[in-house]
Design a protein around this ligand. Structure first.
Ligand SMILES: [Zn+2]
Length: 156
């Protein structure tokens, strides 16, 4: 029997073997796709929360970017804030409702005492920092000096 000439039986066996191989490849491909979809969903769902949690530590003692806070609630946000002007100054909010609140309660909402000096500062002019490590509360400083002193005294 020559090697090139396969019997009917051999051909059938080869066919079965090929089929099995294809099925396995298909199963692995689907398996990988499935894992990928799950990972993507998990990543997508928790990414903002993870980043948010991380920032509550990473920003402590550093200047917090205004575009990540709501100046009505005085909180760090897990998303970019909305920049809106009032009386010629830029303020940042989670949404339009917070802006409306500040406009309607301008004196109480737009001004706040510096936590160190006690002097009243306008939130639009202030340096922003985290009140405590691992928490989203924002404090407003009148300048770099009170900012630095605040964290120095907290770290003692
Ligand atoms: Zn808000």
């Amino acid at each position: 029997m020559s090697k090139k000439k396969l019997t009917k039986r051999e051909l059938q066996e080869r066919q079965i073997f090929e089929d099995k191989k294809n099925k396995r490849t298909l199963r692995i491909s689907f398996g990988l796709l499935f894992v990928f979809i799950i990972l993507y969903l998990v990543f997508h769902t928790f990414w903002y929360d993870t980043k948010f949690a991380y920032r509550q530590y990473a920003f402590y003692g550093k200047e917090v970017p205004t575009e990540l806070v709501c100046m009505n609630g005085d909180k760090l946000l897990n998303h970019k804030s909305l920049k809106l002007s009032y009386k010629g100054k830029d303020y940042f909010f989670c949404n339009r409702d917070c802006y409306e609140h500040l406009v309607n309660h301008y004196k109480e909402d737009a001004f706040i005492p510096d936590p160190l000096s006690g002097d009243t500062v306008c939130k639009a002019d202030a340096l922003l920092g985290l009140k405590n490590k691992g928490e989203p509360e924002i404090v407003y400083f009148q300048n770099r000096k009170t900012f630095n002193q605040y964290y120095k005294s907290k770290n003692k």
